[in-house]
Design a protein around this ligand. Structure first.
Ligand SMILES: Cc1cc2nc3c(=O)[nH]c(=O)nc-3n(C[C@H](O)[C@H](O)[C@H](O)COP(=O)(O)OP(=O)(O)OC[C@H]3O[C@@H](n4cnc5c(N)ncnc54)[C@H](O)[C@@H]3O)c2cc1C
Ligand code: SF4
Ligand code: SF4
Length: 349
């Protein structure tokens, strides 16, 4: 391998940070290009879900650890509020043209690139019958995470004996919306949020409406058992419609099919949390075109052998390739960094 190869990582969420850290530790010179004013990506929304100081292993700490580490790495240059607007193949690598606040005047030279541009949370408005944006008692998992993060764990204290419903698979597993995939994270965050809210409001009545529960991830089984032991009710079925209650205008009425009971039911809730999933970024086509990489049938970036695209020297990492939680995005990014390093070490083949 030549002395100190140069890699550009595009996107400074957990995946980009992990890839940059991993490569820098191997002696590679890394430039991390992030279009937002600060690093962290969507993981910055994730709140701590510890109950009375007891960690629920939600993964939120991982991002903080990576953010703290990346600033101390001598071989990582960070360019925020900047993006890559064009890439030209050159000498087996790339000449990159940047735009934004930290863009250098001359093109940047890279021997390889890792694209880690992440995902967009599903916009709950696209699920019209659930009334998000119209009914004030209907919120999303993303909003609950953000509020707990910004205001602290007491943000929802005082709910008393309110009836709270979580609705799973909002915007995921929906072939009609071209999102037939499972988003992987919404069962985990919803159950942990439900447990946290209930721990802080012991009278709270929590129901989780689901098709089934995604059991992936470290320690999920324990979380699931704990949720059941906490008295959280699981309902096999999703509401067809959520509308304002006629009995109490501050509540929402669910009309749903109870799959197991084979009956149509109606029930009121004071707070509704839509468990929104992950989707490809709105500008994924433009980003794919810059690098000449393919997308899969849902719009995520396609990779051969998981992290290698069909374009030599271009790798993908994290949730831009498939829905992943923080720990899985970081693990995927380590595999992308490994594949990228091998590619450089083997003379870019
Ligand atoms: C509601 C919700 C709750 C969640 N809760 C949890 C949880 O409790 N635990 C958990 O483990 N996971 C959770 N997740 C998932 C978590 O957010 C993701 O796993 C994680 O953010 C993926 O990291 P990433 O680096 O792949 O992408 P992102 O976090 O999306 O980061 C991508 C970065 O790339 C930047 N970028 C994008 N395009 C460009 C471009 N063209 N040029 C330069 N930069 C660009 C973005 O600004 C961003 O900083 C949750 C997700 C949602 C939607
Ligand atoms: S992993 Fe999650 S619950 Fe545990 S301490 Fe970290 S942020 Fe809090
Ligand atoms: S993680 Fe759970 S809520 Fe999210 S899409 Fe998969 S099954 Fe549905």
């Amino acid at each position: 391998m030549q002395e100190r190869p140069r890699v550009v990582v595009v996107g400074g969420g957990i995946a980009g940070l992990e890839a940059a850290t991993n490569l820098a530790e191997r002696g590679v010179s890394v430039t991390l290009v992030e279009r937002a004013p600060r690093l962290g990506g969507n993981g910055l929304t994730v709140c701590c879900k510890a109950i009375d100081g007891g960690c629920q292993l939600c993964g939120g700490c991982l991002l903080m650890e990576r953010l703290a580490a990346v600033g101390h790495l001598p071989r990582v240059r960070i360019l925020t509020e900047t993006t890559v607007k064009a890439a030209v193949p050159q000498n087996g690598g790339f000449s990159l043209f940047l735009s934004g606040a930290s863009a250098p005047a001359d093109p940047l030279t890279a021997d390889a690139v890792i694209v880690a541009t992440g995902f967009d949370p599903v916009d709950a408005r696209t699920k019209g019958p659930y009334g998000y944006g119209l009914l004030p008692m209907v919120t999303t998992g993303e909003e609950v995470e953000r509020r707990l993060r910004l205001e602290g764990q007491g943000a929802y204290d005082g709910l008393g004996a309110a009836r709270v419903a979580f609705v799973q698979c909002v915007g995921s597993r929906d072939e009609h919306a071209s999102r037939g995939y499972c988003s992987q994270v919404c069962c985990r965050y919803a159950l942990r949020l439900a447990r946290l809210l209930r721990a802080r409001n012991p009278e709270l009545q929590v129901s989780v409406f689901k098709m089934d529960i995604q059991h992936g991830g470290r320690d999920f089984a324990a979380c699931w058992q704990a949720a059941s032991a906490d008295g959280i009710r699981f309902v096999a079925g999703l509401p067809a419609v959520v509308r304002r209650s006629t009995a109490n205008p501050e509540a929402a009425t669910f009309i749903y099919d109870n799959i197991l009971g084979d009956t149509v039911r109606q029930e009121d809730f004071d707070l509704v949390v839509l468990s929104v999933g992950m989707q490809p970024r709105g500008d994924a086509t433009q980003v794919a075109d810059i690098w000449g990489i393919n997308r899969d049938r849902f719009g995520f970036f396609a990779a051969d052998e998981e992290t290698r695209t069909l374009v030599p020297g271009v790798f993908v990492a994290g949730s831009c390739q498939a829905p992943r939680a923080l720990a899985e995005s970081a693990a995927h990014a380590r595999r992308a960094a490994e594949a990228c390093y091998r590619y450089l070490a083997e003379g870019r083949s």
